[in-house]
Design a binder for this molecule. Structure first.
Ligand code: SF4
Ligand code: FES
Length: 175
């Protein structure tokens, strides 16, 4: 496996081919915020919270899934990156109840996101389901991060018992 050398926030690092920007940043003890990513699952690349700037790239890159490239120049915390993360959080607040999601609340504080900025729109408001002895389903708090689907599927259990159902705003995790 060949090595790739790149810079992240002006620090040079050499990593193995296939290493993601997030993994390389972690090797440098840099924190890039994530929501949908979990180290034991393949990245679903859904939330975009992990976006970073890559020099000469027009769009922001998702650090959790973008592989490092030779000569890449990455910046993980520029004003553009911070603004993108702030808006992502504000949109999340506008769509679901994250009042018990402590990591997201901490990011909200850190990036100065205004939870009510996109208020007035329609929020996910589905009835709470308490129909079995094992767990309660409160879809109004589901951020559709996909982790439960991955745990149930190829990343852990291979049972494929749950998946996405519905479309658009009505999308939910279902059996
Ligand atoms: S129910 Fe699944 S998709 Fe929804 S927040 Fe929990 S782990 Fe994520
Ligand atoms: S953490 Fe990278 S897209 Fe969600």
């Amino acid at each position: 496996m060949s090595d790739i050398t790149l810079t992240i926030d002006n620090q040079t690092i050499t990593v193995a081919t296939g290493t993601t920007i997030l993994q390389a940043a972690q090797q440098l003890a840099k924190e890039i915020p994530t929501i949908c990513y979990h180290p034991h699952f393949s990245p679903p690349s859904l939330c975009r919270m992990c976006v970073v700037e890559v020099e000469k790239s027009r769009v922001l890159a998702q650090a959790c899934s973008r592989a490092c490239e030779s000569g890449m120049v990455v910046r993980t915390d520029t004003p553009r990156v911070q603004q993108a993360r702030k808006v992502i959080l504000e949109l999340l607040h506008s769509a679901v109840d994250v009042s018990q999601a402590t990591e997201i609340l901490e990011y909200t504080r850190k990036y100065g996101a205004e939870p009510e900025r996109f208020g007035g729109g329609k929020r996910r408001d589905l009835p709470l389901l308490d129909d079995n002895p094992f767990y309660v389903r409160d879809y109004s708090k589901c951020i559709l991060c996909w982790r439960c689907v991955q745990a149930c599927g190829e990343d852990v259990q291979w049972t494929f018992a749950i998946h996405r159902a519905g479309r658009g705003f009505e999308t939910r995790i279902a059996t």
